[in-house]
Structure formats: structure tokens, C-alpha cells
Design a binder for this molecule. Structure first.
Ligand SMILES: *Cc1c(COP(=O)(O)O)cnc(C)c1O
Length: 475
């Protein structure tokens, strides 16, 4: 299996060759040359597999340059009840992603029982083990530099802590995260994790990361890498739970289902699109946005108009506060019949701050065959959904999952079982839960009182010279 760039101008690479990198040299994103197909016999056999065995079966089709025994060992070590045991006390941890049925035909797929209580752990934990394996083989080291406003940074740190050959330098804006988020990250005492609190906003932290990454000489000598959501390893790991959720919600492989996905960077739902392209019987992929609705706008009007940070709203589902969806380019590559020149043309505009519109093209006619629906949700909708779920089913959901449920219920086709992806636990977003329900969400036992643990972090001005000096001193 080789990987090609969405912009059509980069040499094909293997899974391990693209694992540690980011963008392709032509600025595009990597995708398989063609999607591996899953036969009916395979689907029938996969239905009975444990999560780790299913992950092995799915990922074997993508990571063809990792010896089977090694890949098997990596997924077995990753997808254990011990790693994914943070969920509510009534969730069977050995399922890894338990399916909670609200009523016949309406389900929640729990993806947030990992160490940081968000679905990003599903892929990031695997990535940590894949990175360690690949670096060991190459006798190499990697210094991961990132900026976070919450979820991604903590998921990366919990995945990379204690890993050989890897250090994490994670920038976060001082005072802009919740006490819980801060405690989750800053209480890590692993010597390979460096939390750097930046005097400024998230954008200032992000700019520092870009400044270091654009210094190609520094980046090369200091082996700087990233783990952002365009990483192919992350997308491929997310494909697995679409299969798992499908099997859990159906009796046979003749049935179709709908998935509803709270979306920001289009990473999660991109995995669903790929699962469908592989042959998983998904009848409908429902994309939910919050008030930051560029993706809903595309699927309803054909115009993709990314916005800049000053036009991105701060909402109560903050992990979806994104107005430029990096993984969306992967879907558009398929939509335009894998025409790299067309993607170059579109993203030539996007990269200059512009937009594109497919309304009057054949691509708009082609869109329905990808089975997407979309909708948006507002703060009011989230509150109402959180209340409704609690009153009707006694189930507490977080704000992002609520966006997905609201849009999923609106957009679902009759007779198609609906699987709403849970992307975080309510414990991560206490403030909005209290606003909706007048009570605090339950916290997994392991997280009780983490705000009281000693915290370890350095404070720094938003100054690239100081940041480089710090990294240089610690590698
Ligand atoms: C990252 C995140 C999302 C958005 O996922 P994408 O892959 O960026 O579309 C939604 N909800 C939560 C809780 C997240 O952390």
C-alpha cells in the first residue's frame, strides 16, 4: 500500500514513511493510492472480533510495511481495558468502545473512556506506540512541538509520556484552559513531557509553533515533529471504531446505519468516509458543527469559505471552534475524482485566505453519492439536548456529543439506526453541565481531585528565541 498526496505532485510513500511526517512536500495530505476493500466474508468474520483484533484486521490493510507480528503486538498493547477504563462505572471497559442504546435504533458509541476522556485517545494512544516502534527501528528521536487550547495537547501528552526517543514540548495559553484541563496536563511528572505556559492567547502559541517549524534548519537539527490531526496514522486508527460501532448496532451485515459526528477539523468524520469507501454499509454520514459552521455551509450550499481566527466564535463546544478544517482536503480529493490539479486549484485559493464554490459544477451533482448530511447546533441547542438526554434517558452527555445528537436526530433518515459518536465525557466541561442540569458531572475515580496534585510547567513570553533556547537546552 502506497500513499499519494491530495495535490498530486509528491512521490508515493509507505505507511511508516509518512507516519512521523506531516504534509506531503507539495503541501497536500496523504491518502492511500486506492482504498482497500472489505469483502462480505471479511465483514462476517470481523463481526466477532475484539476491538484489538478488529484494529489489527483494519490496520493491516493500511500499514502493509509493518510486519504482521509487530503490528499485532502494537494494537494489543494499545487497546486494553486498562487504558480505556476511565468511563462511567457502568460501562464495560473490555469493550473499549461500548455502545449505549437509548431506544431501539438510537445509540451512543462511547469513544471517550481513554486517559484524557476524549475520543482523541482512540487514535493518539496507538500513535504513541507506533511512533516509539518506528523510532526504535530507525534509532532515531523525535521532539514533538505543539500548541493546544485543551484536548489535543493532553491526548498527545498521555500518549507520549514515558515513550523512548520522544519528547513533547506543548505550548498552552496561560489562564485560558479550565482548571481541570490544566491539572490534566501540568500534573504529568514524566521527564519527557514539557509543558510551556505562554503569556498570551492560543493563537500566539500557535504562531510560535509555526515560527519554529518554518525554520527548516532548526527543525531538522532538533528533530522537530508534530502530531496534529492531519496525521494519517490518526485518521487510520479512527476507521476502526466505525466498524466496531456498526457491528455493535446491527445484527447482520445486510443492514445499513447512520453515524452522527461532532466535527471540527473533519478528522473523525473523514475516517467514517473512508470506512464507507472500504465497503462498510454506512447509509448516512451526518456532520454536526457548532456555531462555527463552515462545513455545514459547504454541504448545504457547495461553498467552502474558511474564516480567520477573528471570525471564529468561542463556544461551549470549544474543540469544534474551527473555521478551516484541515482534513477536509482529503474528502474533496475523492469528491473531485482524485484530480490533484483540481485540489491544487481549490487550495491555491484557500491558502491565500480565499474560498471555492462547487455549486455550478459536476462535483455538486456527485456529492449525494458520498451520503453526507449536515446541520448545526448552537449553545441553546446544546443546553436543551443535554437536558433532554438527562430527563429522558438518565444519560449525561458532554457539549460536543450534544451537538452531534441534536443534528443526528434532525437529519437521520427513518428506519436507519443512528449511532451518535461520543467525543468527550461531560466531566471535561463542568461549567456547561452545571448550566444545563444544575449539578456537577461525575468524574472518573482516577481524576478525583487532580487539581490538588503538584503541577509542573514553565512560563514563557511569546518569544520564539526563548522557545528555541528552551528546546535546545532540553534535547
Ligand atoms: C477534536 C474534537 C472534536 C472534533 O473532531 P475533528 O476530528 O476535529 O472533526 C469534537 N469533539 C471533541 C470533544 C474533540 O476533542
Amino acid at each position: 500500500m502506497k500513499y499519494i498526496s491530495t495535490r498530486g505532485n509528491a512521490p508515493a510513500k509507505t505507511f511508516t514513511e509518512i507516519l512521523l511526517g506531516g504534509l506531503a512536500p507539495d503541501g497536500g495530505l496523504y491518502l492511500p493510492e486506492q482504498y482497500p476493500q472489505v469483502t462480505r466474508a471479511e465483514l462476517d468474520a470481523w463481526r466477532k472480533l475484539s476491538y484489538a483484533d478488529l484494529a489489527f484486521a483494519v490496520l493491516s490493510k493500511f500499514a502493509t510495511d509493518i510486519p504482521a507480528a509487530d503490528l499485532k503486538a502494537i494494537v494489543t498493547k494499545t487497546y486494553t481495558a486498562g487504558v480505556y477504563c476511565n468511563g462511567r462505572a457502568d460501562s464495560p471497559a473490555e469493550d473499549i468502545t461500548p455502545l449505549r442504546t437509548l431506544e431501539p435504533g438510537v445509540h451512543i458509541l462511547e469513544l471517550s473512556n481513554g486517559p484524557t476522556l476524549a475520543f482523541k485517545d482512540m487514535a493518539m494512544q496507538l500513535l504513541g506506540n507506533l511512533f516509539e516502534y518506528a523510532l526504535d527501528k530507525q534509532h532515531a528521536e523525535l521532539n514533538i512541538l505543539g500548541a493546544t487550547s485543551g484536548d489535543t495537547g493532553s491526548a498527545a501528552e498521555y500518549a507520549m509520556r514515558g515513550k523512548r526517543g520522544i519528547r513533547v514540548f506543548m505550548l498552552s495559553p496561560i489562564g485560558k484552559m479550565s482548571g481541570f484541563q490544566r491539572a490534566q496536563m501540568y500534573s504529568l511528572q514524566d521527564p519527557n513531557i514539557f509543558n510551556i505556559a505562554i503569556n498570551g492567547f492560543f493563537d500566539d502559541a500557535q504562531d510560535l509553533v509555526k515560527a519554529v517549524s518554518n525554520d527548516h534548519a532548526y527543525k531538522a537539527t532538533h528533530k522537530i515533529g508534530t502530531v496534529n490531526s492531519i496525521n494519517w496514522g490518526r485518521v487510520s486508527a479512527q476507521i476502526v471504531y466505525y466498524f466496531k460501532g456498526y457491528f455493535a448496532a446491527t445484527q447482520s451485515n445486510d443492514e445499513q446505519v447512520a453515524f452522527s459526528v461532532p466535527s471540527g477539523n473533519f478528522g473523525n468524520i473523514c475516517a467514517g468516509h473512508i470506512a464507507r469507501m472500504m465497503g462498510l454499509p454506512i447509509g448516512q454520514l451526518i456532520l454536526a458543527t457548532n456555531e462555527n459552521d463552515v462545513l455545514d455551509e459547504f454541504f448545504t450550499t457547495g461553498a467552502y469559505k474558511p474564516r480567520n481566527t477573528s471570525h471564529t466564535y468561542e463556544t461551549s463546544s470549544p474543540s469544534m471552534d474551527i473555521s478551516k478544517a484541515s482534513n477536509f482536503e482529503r474528502f474533496v480529493f475523492d469528491l473531485v475524482g482524485r484530480d490533484g490539479a483540481k485540489v491544487r486549484e481549490f487550495w491555491g485559493k484557500v491558502d491565500k485566505g480565499g474560498s471555492f464554490d462547487i455549486k455550478d459544477t459536476a462535483y455538486w451533482e456527485a456529492l449525494p453519492k458520498f451520503h453526507f448530511s449536515s446541520g448545526k447546533s448552537t449553545h441553546y441547542d446544546r443546553i436543551k439536548t443535554i437536558q433532554g438526554m438527562w430527563e429522558e434517558y438518565g444519560v449525561m452527555v458532554d457539549t460536543h456529543t450534544a451537538d452531534g445528537i441534536k443534528v443526528g436526530m434532525e437529519q437521520r433518515r427513518p428506519n436507519l439506526p443512528l449511532i451518535c459518536l461520543e467525543t468527550a465525557l461531560p466531566a471535561k466541561f463542568e461549567e456547561t453541565i452545571v448550566e444545563a442540569l444544575g449539578r456537577l458531572p461525575e468524574r472518573p475515580a482516577a481524576m478525583e481531585g487532580i487539581e490538588k496534585l503538584p503541577q509542573r510547567c514553565v512560563e514563557m513570553d511569546a518569544d520564539v528565541v526563548k522557545l528555541k533556547a528552551f528546546i535546545t537546552a532540553h534535547v
